[in-house]
Design a protein around this ligand. Sequence first.
Ligand SMILES: [Zn+2]
Length: 314
Amino acid sequence: MKVFYSDHFVLPLPEGHRFPMVKYSMLRERVSEDGICGPGELRSPLAVTDEEILRAHAPNYLKRVISGDLTDKEVRRIGFPWSERMVERSRRASGGTLGACLAALEQGFAANLAGGTHHAFSDRGEGYCVFNDSAIAARAVQAAGLAERVVVIDTDVHQGNGTAEILRMDPTVFTFSIHGAKNFPFHKEESNLDAPLPDGADDTEFLTTLERGLKASLDAVDAGLAIYLAGADPFEGDRLGRLCVTKPGLAERDRVVLETCKARGIPVAVTMAGGYAHHVEDTVDVHLQSIRRAADLMEKDAAADGQGGILHDR
Ligand SMILES: [Zn+2]
């Protein structure tokens, strides 16, 4: 299976910063060891272009991100200090999601070992998110004529507020978010379908709600592509999660989402989104099992036939 990584585009953070940057390189190493990728399938993505970003973001916002002219308040809201490397990493992380979408359209499944930056709004960033990779990738795929409709299945414990805002008026992209009702963001946007869960929700409650919402979403839109945000933060050992979903429960989540999409013939690009476990190894375990499941489901005979679109070789 094709897997895109961008951990080598290092984002410089001050000492003691709370963001678990190390998870990305640990995850790449685990994916590499696990034999998920064949030769040449573990890839560094291209950066998304201004044109691609502008399908999801306001020109003035992009301009100020690039030039470093965001206000202090805007930078605080993003949570990363501004640097040119931050901009480049954000472009590559979105490029990984676009690459995974294009690979999934050809082969059924693919993954980005970053992305899921669902708190990025059209005109501002928030919560470690600068560019909204799901919106950028969905619209790039549509612009290339490779899928008419896309579904975003967001199972990160935080609501996909930026994704909801960007795509609110767009009937061609359906947004589904299952999340902790009392968790960040405290002001929720309106997705096409929201499934808020109470604090302490366990495997049964999470999975029952997920299955119902997933079915309703896939029934509502005849999607040619799914972008699956497999956040690791609904995990019971997460510092920020507030839910009580176990690792086997999250493995079942992956199975339900990926098998349901496969049964309906919908290709899936898996992205990572959040994960802030007390022990970073747990976050990496949860992400790895999502990728492993997708790779296991990928039909080995659906190898690339060279019939990709104009963005084929990303
Ligand atoms: Zn999250």
